[in-house]
Design a protein. Structure first.
Length: 413
């Protein structure tokens, strides 16, 4: 149906009605149509809210204005923090608590997700996550992925025939050397002594000892990072500074990982050639490369999650999509949740609105990716100059509820 807006006729017939191939309803029929169907599929707001919490806040705000609309809630993740929480809501699987260690070797709690079909899911951030360290503890020269190896080993001990490892949000830059050590492959120096944990120690790696204890389980790296392990766009150069590395550290770590990659190719049976340049090898401080070295493969994290939650089917039936993440910036458009959702919505002719803690992406870039509108909590709270960043970090759920209520007033019919 259409309503007059000044001298312009605005078609407000639900998009699903047109896609279904039906004729335009009469005014009487249109009055009986149900409200809008809105798909809520955000990522986490790193450091503040999980993806389910973001979705819940948006849903509460929307319902406060448009309670008759149908909301489809599908929180998402791309392999980083929150990966297991999202999958646990979507899959028939049991959660198994596991003791592991953090990036500095301190005891911490983790878990694995096991399906009846024999697939185990683990989240690298539970053992390697940057959020597990204080800012002064961040040092990628000495942080280790050993705890992730313990999680993978636990999944295999529980009978997993395939282990899917969500990569993202890591504090490590050791190319998975710690993970390999926990799985039975120990890096050695030139005199046969086991190396200390951490990326910097790999400058002295000369050989490997032992064999991976995988019991024929297949490994899958769930990541949407396509960076290689080495070089200008590699793990150390691109992600090292986010983990506390200065310029000297980046050069040292890149050289250490180059040496380690050469040893893996020479001494680890089944390790592919050109390990240092393979797409995805640089994910999570080089954990992608370690998984490739063990005969595993890389798979899109957001693709895996969207299949699990049935996102494609949901997109076919809705009038509006709301997604979001903590910071909507240039990295968001490179394989992150928002880019995947917006592109899928655009392909179906469905408008996509982004809500984020902050928005640093230009309108043209966002529109080209399929984003109809983008809204920032920082601006909602008055902008940088009026303490908007502090408020966005301190009261994100409150801000999201208010933003969603405003959006419902603008979009709901």
């Amino acid at each position: 149906m259409a309503v007059a807006e000044g001298s312009t006729q605005v078609d407000v017939t639900p998009l699903w009605f047109h896609r279904a191939g039906a004729s335009r309803p009469s005014a009487v029929c249109a009055a009986t149509l149900l409200g809008m169907r809105v798909l809520l599929c955000p990522d986490k707001f790193a450091g503040t809210l999980s993806a389910p919490d973001v979705a819940a806040a948006v849903a509460d705000g929307w319902r406060s204005v448009a309670d008759g609309d149908e909301l489809l809630v599908r929180p998402l993740a791309d392999g980083g923090p929150g990966f297991l929480d999202v999958l646990a809501r979507a899959l028939e699987a049991r959660r198994v608590p596991v003791s592991t260690v953090d990036p500095l070797g301190r005891p911490t709690a983790g878990e694995i997700l096991l399906t009846p079909a024999g697939t185990g899911y683990v989240e690298s951030a539970q053992a390697c996550g940057l959020h597990l360290l204080t800012p002064t503890e961040r040092d990628p020269r000495r942080t280790t992925s050993y705890g992730l190896g313990l999680l993978v080993a636990a999944a295999i001990e529980c009978g997993a025939q395939e282990v899917v490892i969500g990569l993202g949000g890591s504090a490590t830059n050791d190319a998975g050397a710690g993970m390999l050590a926990a799985l039975g492959v120990t890096p050695l120096d030139s005199v046969g002594t086991a190396l200390p944990l951490g990326g910097a120690a790999l400058t002295a790696v000369a050989a490997l000892d032992g064999a991976p204890r995988l019991r024929a389980a297949r490994l899958v790296a769930a990541t949407d990072v396509d960076n290689p392990l080495l070089g200008l766009y590699g793990a150390s150069s691109v992600f090292g500074p986010q983990k506390g590395a200065d310029r000297a550290d980046v050069l040292l770590l890149d050289a250490a990982l180059e040496r380690f990659a050469a040893v893996l190719q020479r001494d680890l049976p089944g390790c592919p050639d050109s390990l240092g340049t393979r797409p995805g090898g640089g994910a999570a401080g080089g954990l992608g490369a370690a998984i490739l070295a063990l005969g595993g493969r890389c798979e899109s994290g957001i693709g895996l999650v969207t299949r699990a939650v049935g996102l494609d089917a949901a997109l076919e039936t809705v009038d509006l999509v709301i997604t979001g993440e903590g910071s909507f910036d240039h990295q968001s458009l490179r394989g992150k949740v928002v880019a995947g959702v917006a592109g899928a919505a655009r392909d179906r002719g469905v408008p996509c609105v982004v809500v984020a803690g902050r928005v640093d992406t230009g309108r043209r870039e966002a529109a080209a990716a399929g984003v109809t509108e983008a809204h920032s909590l920082v601006e909602h709270y008055g902008g940088e100059e009026h303490g908007g960043t502090e408020a966005a970090m301190g009261r994100p759920a409150e801000g999201l509820r208010a933003l969603a209520a405003r959006l419902a007033g603008q979009w709901s019919r």
